[in-house]
Design a protein around this ligand. Structure first.
Ligand code: AQP
Length: 332
């Protein structure tokens, strides 16, 4: 079976629709066809400042949501990144074959550091894509299911893998991005050309999976659309309406054409109201299952510890090979 790996940051109390449609939905499907590794990347989550108790709670809440959304520990390996110390151990080596200029070209770092200010942005935020490369390469992943925003980081991962292989001998598999075009960029409800994001969207711009469905319905009703009336899928000219149609289509299992026909002669109001209902139907059982996992944290931690043990078996073998190739002494 081909291997996949992906991760998600525990940087908010709830995942949002972009995370689900752009990434997690694919994670669930790929369990059936791939040897799948998924992690809650808590090491990445401290790159922009954090509170320890909040981080621990969000790490559990993230794992609970992933399970509630359909990840099955019998069919995939689900773990918390900090429980597998090989990740930062490989990242160090990779950081030594990454050019400073090369890392400086990462758009996500440029955006985030510009917002935070050069003196406040951490070195961890700068080296974040290198740790991400280590996450992927340790598992010899063939593919990485992510949203469009991660494409550049994936390119860097491939470059680093190729460079290491050339310099020290073939060690790493070059991973391919697995990006589902239609849902690769779910946009902000208030700013329909920007991505829906935990860190940069305003609360009104994002649909949170754990939010009260009535509140999400209200946000959808207030979503920014153009001044026309016709419900059409046209991302260039009608980005807001097209974003609503994309979400509706996937959540309700209907094609965009089917929806466009169903809303012919009706306005945006109906579309928004009914999408609110579709979202409510989708999130209600997920919220219940998430609560059930969080009600038994000991059991949840046990599941994650088992996942970390499985992950370490693979990660430690890759790390040992890489360290040996680099010329380090055998580990004791
Ligand atoms: N809007 C989106 N559309 C499609 N996919 C998306 N992803 C994130 N937003 C969208 C994908 O979700 C996965 C987890 O990404 P993350 O943990 O980096 O979460 P985030 O929402 O991107 O949170 P941030 O880091 O708080 O937001 P930014 O980066 O904007 O500052 C990834 O596969 C991602 O592609």
């Amino acid at each position: 079976r081909p291997r996949v790996l992906s991760g998600i940051q525990p940087t908010a109390d709830s995942f949002h629709m972009g995370n689900y449609l752009g990434a997690i939905r694919q994670w669930v499907a790929l369990q059936e066809t791939h040897d799948a590794f998924y992690c809650v990347v808590d090491l990445h989550a401290i790159t922009a400042g954090h509170d320890p108790a909040v981080l621990r709670a969000r790490t559990r809440a993230s794992a609970a949501q992933l399970l509630a959304l359909g990840l099955d520990p019998e069919r995939c390996t689900l773990f918390v990144q900090s429980q597998v110390p090989e990740h930062p151990m490989l990242a160090w080596v990779l950081s030594c074959i990454t050019g400073f200029g090369e890392a400086s070209r990462m758009v996500q770092f440029k955006d985030k550091s510009a917002k935070q200010g050069a003196d406040r942005a951490s070195v961890g935020l700068f080296t974040y894509p290198i740790l991400q490369a280590a996450d992927i390469l340790l598992y010899q992943a063939d593919a990485v299911p992510v949203g469009e925003d991660q494409r550049q980081h994936l390119e860097l991962t491939r470059d680093l893998a190729g460079r290491f292989n050339t310099q020290f001998g073939k060690t790493f598999t070059l991973p391919a991005p697995f990006i589902v075009r239609d849902t690769a960029k779910i946009t902000d409800l208030q700013e329909p050309t920007a991505k829906m994001s935990k860190s940069s969207s305003s609360p009104a711009g994002i649909i949170e999976l754990l939010d009260d469905p009535a509140k999400s319905a209200k946000k959808i009703r207030s979503a920014v659309t153009d001044t026309g009336r016709e419900v059409l899928y046209d991302p260039a000219n009608k980005p807001g309406v097209s974003n609503l149609l994309t979400m509706y289509s996937v959540l309700a299992g209907k094609s965009i054409d089917e929806l466009v026909m169903a809303y012919e002669g009706r306005g945006y109001g109906d579309l928004k109201k009914e999408l609110g209902e579709v979202v409510a139907e989708f999130v209600k059982p997920i919220q219940e299952r998430t609560r059930a996992y969080l009600d038994d944290p000991a059991q949840l931690d046990k599941l994650l510890a088992m996942g970390a043990d499985k992950a370490r078996t693979v990660a430690s073998a890759t790390l040992a090979t890489a360290y040996e190739r680099v010329g380090f002494f055998p580990s004791r």
